[in-house]
Design a protein around this ligand. Structure first.
Ligand SMILES: Nc1ncnc2c1ncn2[C@@H]1O[C@H](COP(=O)(O)OP(=O)(O)O)[C@@H](O)[C@H]1O
Ligand SMILES: [Mg+2]
Length: 318
């Protein structure tokens, strides 16, 4: 019985055909029912405590007054309750938009380690700068349902608190759906596991000693450079095949692990067919990748590569 079922049961019992008044005046069944009420109330409290008293190892090391402690517990708590995560063990990286934490996976997920990406509330401030990425995108809610209502659109435009709520849910839901679509298409991206509120849960790339480094953090063996570059371009092509452009691809958003690459960080993803900046963004993505590999002695022409990749999928004249 989960918490909601318990609540339902409690409600059904409390508000059944007998009013409180009627029960109080009835001698026999009163005691029995009261015990049942107590038991259900107790069960619900137990379940509540299950989350409220959950203090993952990483949070234990923090001062109880430290805001990060509560933030981690509240953000990852729903995944703990849903039996996806059993512990949060370390901060992988803290950025200006999000913190990524390493988690111990619940066996039900079939994985050992998970990465939880927690968006900061502060990120809302940066959202107004995202017009370039939003252009051509349809407004969608967290579940991917198209938002048609005047109220939603007006709220988004005005940045009311309701608008911000729609915005952040849209943003995170969108990142999750895109990652799922790419994973299912066979791209090298961490397997997405779930999303709740401000958090995305996914496969962790790395091991118990530490996360996979980004390309910017390693010096690739020269012998691997060509093959890895091709691998990245195959992934860029696969994205285009799904009518997507990463939009923020660089050596900072590509992990290097066990001789292969893994692309991460998708909130800036754009729809190639609808976004008027898609071609420019693709060229920028490819240029950044080429710049990184140029330092390893690999000479590639990003302008020609962009055109050659774009044309077969999108038709000439991007
Ligand atoms: N699935 C993952 N496994 C291991 N490390 C990750 C994973 N996702 C992100 N990271 C680490 O966290 C950092 C930040 O994640 P990223 O998605 O790029 O967010 P942002 O750049 O917006 O802060 C990455 O540079 C990488 O080092
Ligand atoms: Mg990043």
């Amino acid at each position: 019985m989960d918490k909601f079922e318990a609540f339902e049961q409690f409600e059904a019992y409390q508000f059944d055909d007998n009013s409180r008044e009627a029960r109080r005046n009835r001698p026999g069944p009163k005691k029995k029912k009261d015990r049942r009420t107590q038991k259900i109330v107790h069960d619900i409290q137990e379940m509540d405590d299950g989350i409220e008293n959950w203090v993952p190892s990483y949070a234990k090391a923090l001062d109880p007054r430290h805001h990060e402690r509560q933030w981690v517990i509240e953000s990852v708590g729903p995944f703990y309750r849903d039996q996806m995560v059993t512990d949060v063990t370390r901060l992988v990286k803290g950025g200006k938009e999000a913190n990524v934490y390493a988690c111990t996976a619940h066996p039900a997920t079939g994985l050992d380690l998970l990465a939880a990406k927690l968006y900061r509330p502060r990120m809302l401030r940066h959202l107004k700068n995202d017009a370039i990425y939003k252009a051509g995108r349809t407004l969608r809610d967290a579940e991917g349902k198209q938002l048609k209502g005047r109220r939603e659109k007006l709220a988004m435009r005005k940045k009311t608190s309701f608008g911000k709520e729609v915005d952040i849910q849209w943003w995170i839901g969108n990142e999750y759906r895109t990652q799922t679509q790419l994973f299912e298409a066979g791209a090298n991206v961490p397997k997405p596991i779930g999303h709740q509120g401000n958090t995305i849960l996914m496969q962790y790339i790395g091991n118990e000693f530490g996360p996979a480094p980004t390309l910017s953090e390693v010096r690739l063996p020269q012998a691997e450079a060509t093959a890895l570059f091709e691998r990245i371009m195959q992934n860029v092509a696969l994205m285009l095949d799904n009518h997507l452009v990463h939009g923020d691809l660089s050596a900072y958003n590509i992990l290097y692990w066990e001789g292969d690459i893994c692309l991460i960080d998708f909130p800036q993803m754009v729809e190639a067919r609808h976004n008027p900046h898609a071609y420019e963004l693709l060229e920028r993505d490819i240029t950044r990748v080429c710049d990184y590999f140029a330092s390893l002695g690999l000479e590639r022409n990003p302008v020609a590569l962009t055109r050659d990749l774009w044309d077969p999928y999108m038709g000439p004249g991007g």
